[in-house]
Design a protein around this ligand. Structure first.
Ligand code: DP6
Length: 384
């Protein structure tokens, strides 16, 4: 038998993927760029057992047995087996797969990206595949292809119809911009009402703006983003990140019928970030939103203390949840300057608009874990 456990990171795009040119192979209309976030704070974890004694292949996700009759899951499995040495005996064996996320599933927090990247990383260990596995992760969920690497990652849309060149490549490792920090403001941790998959399908069918964005705007913007990251130019990075998030949500509004992912709290965060940047006289925070209301703020370490202070002032947490409110890296505390509080006092909200806050940073790619971390016993049964 063989057993392996992997962890894979969440990634948050700064140039968004939205729209496919091929639904089955998951080939995108445009390139995208993201950062993989620290596995220490948010990740998927997957154990796979391959054994001749297993009667059938089973898959548990967050404690619940899933149907394996799922096209995306099957595509990942089939493609990974194709890449393996055909003489490997374990190719004939059934699998037990157990996967967990340590953050809300499907709440617009890139859980499927981490999940499929982790599944594919663990399968690559079982089947001894050493090539770029991003093309296989891509078949599970488009954005998953960027989570098979750490640091800053670009998904090249590719040109071929069979997708062999639609791959993710690292732009820079996590050590390249060590001061970069990320704050995830969880506005809603429930399952989203309108999935990315169906939202982007409707956008492709109905939004001319999406086509214009993919053809005319993203190519230039992607090149500029790579330049901003390579030169650690925060001002440029932040402007491009916010413009791209806003453009993606404009495409959602141009979709017919429209898909709304932002809510009033998301919009307050957007206004607050612009007001704060104006107060500082330079761009020190960038926001970006995926297919949900939760905000992801990119900022440098030197700005974190004041920004967390400001968030606590504008979005006071409910006292009953304070012990569980700050997750990830322990946040620094400061007393806010009076000039700042008077500038932002208009934005102050009632308690509890944010569910919790994750303070994290850019991190490395998938990891292989030790025996003690296995989620399954050697006979393929979940430990809990
Ligand atoms: C808004 O990768 O979830 O997060 O390929 O259909 O599984 P499928 O979609 P998915 O889309 C993510 C879209 C996004 C932007 C991004 O991550 O680039």
């Amino acid at each position: 038998m063989r057993i392996v456990t992997c962890q894979a990171p969440v990634n948050i795009a700064v140039i968004k993927y939205w729209g496919k040119r091929n639904e089955d192979l998951i080939l995108p209309l445009n390139d995208s760029i993201s950062a993989s976030l620290s596995i220490d704070h948010m990740c998927a974890k997957t154990t796979i057992v391959a054994s001749p004694d297993l009667k059938e292949t089973k898959f548990w996700l967050n404690g619940e047995l899933q149907s394996i009759d799922n096209k995306r899951f099957q595509n990942c499995l089939i493609e990974m087996k194709k890449k393996a040495n055909p003489n490997l005996e374990c190719l004939k064996w059934n699998l037990s797969i157990c996967s967990e996320n340590n953050f809300p599933t499907a709440a617009g927090l890139a859980s499927s990206a981490a999940g499929f990247a982790c599944l594919v990383s663990a399968l690559a260990q079982i089947y001894e595949v050493k090539t770029n596995i991003s093309t296989i992760a891509r078949m599970g969920s488009g954005s998953a292809c960027r989570s098979v690497f750490g640091g800053w990652v670009r998904w090249h849309k590719g040109e071929t119809s069979e997708g062999s060149d639609s791959i993710a490549i690292q732009v820079a490792p996590e050590t390249h911009w060590p001061e970069m920090r990320v704050l995830i403001l969880v506005v809603d941790d429930q399952k989203k009402t309108y999935s990315s998959t169906s939202g982007m399908r409707t956008s492709v069918e109905t939004s001319e703006f999406l086509r214009y964005r993919a053809e005319k705007i993203v190519p230039q913007r992607t090149a500029e983003m790579v330049d901003a990251i390579k030169n650690r130019n925060f001002e440029k990075f932040a402007r491009l990140t916010m413009q791209d998030s806003n453009q993606f949500h404009s495409v959602c509004l141009d979709t017919y019928p429209p898909c709304f992912y932002l809510n009033d709290t998301s919009r307050t965060i957007i206004e607050l970030v612009h007001r704060y940047n104006q107060f500082k006289g330079e761009t020190v925070i960038a926001y970006t939103f995926d297919a949900g209301p939760n905000a992801c703020l990119y900022l440098l370490e030197e700005s974190v203390a004041e920004v967390i202070g400001m968030l606590n002032y504008v979005f006071p947490p409910k006292p009953s949840i304070i012990s569980d409110y700050f997750r990830g890296i322990k946040p620094p505390t400061i007393t806010l300057d009076e000039k700042l509080t008077s500038t932002i006092s208009n934005y102050q909200q009632k308690e509890g608009k944010l569910k919790y806050l994750i303070y994290t940073k850019v991190g490395d790619g998938p990891r292989i874990l030790e025996v003690s971390e296995h989620l399954l016993t050697e006979s393929g049964v979940p430990k809990s």
